[in-house]
Design a protein around this ligand. Sequence first.
Ligand code: ADP
Ligand code: MG
Length: 264
Amino acid sequence: MARVIAVTNQKGGVGKTTTCVNLAASLSATKRRVLLVDMDPQGNATMGSGVDKNALALSGYDVLTKRQSTADVIVFAEASGYDILPANGDLTAAEVELMNEIGREHRLRLQLNSVRDRYDYILVDCPPSLNLLTVNALSAADSVLIPMQCEYYALEGLAALMNTVEQIQETVNPELALEGILRTMYDPRNSLTLDVSAQLNEYFGDKVYKAVIPRNVRLAEAPSYGVPALKYDRASKGAIAYLALAGEMVRRNGQQRQAQPVAV
Ligand code: ADP
Ligand code: MG
């Protein structure tokens, strides 16, 4: 049964989409079955995976509005090596249509149920705001992965985000856990980065991934070729960092599973 992970941060430009695409590629390189769900109407994860958002016959819109079964909308992103539930601007229309529906917060969860046993990991790329699409992602998720830049206001933003997670736990998804905090565009030569990093470790302990993602131009260039960095320059620092993240994530989840009591 897939672990569903929402990659979220209400701030834009922190590396959510870059993390989704490159982590999906890295997990599938380690032989995990991966589905990437694009829940951002900007469709950046779709384009970055090599699927043209302007040429979609079916998309996340059809899934959220129950016009199509999820399996019929998922496509294999051949250049990237994983499955994707693609999206474009039509998601905004789906959000509007959902507004008047009963159970509107749970539509994505409901629609992913039919495909959950086909994957090991389902990653959900969220838009940079707390709208109904994000709430759907958080309702469907087992956990949240938070990419963040170690800059001055980052901790304030993180406090707001943890507050949101708590609200979601109290309302639509009591089981929602914190998967981990990922430091992106990391520059160890910057003393502020190191300060913020130290505070993160103090508050969140081992929830902070040891793997850090450096600022790396290959990660920024790869989307224009519609592939993850691993397929564009596999020796790049960016590609290697995301492979390390995937390894850490898989190890952690393995340990958690082992640590669970065995039912008798
Ligand atoms: P978000 O989805 O949170 O808005 P993106 O993943 O789209 O953020 O990243 C914002 C911009 O920063 C993009 O242009 C992306 O290519 C670039 N970027 C993201 N991570 C890195 C990185 N580690 N090094 C260099 N550029 C990056
Ligand atoms: Mg994005």
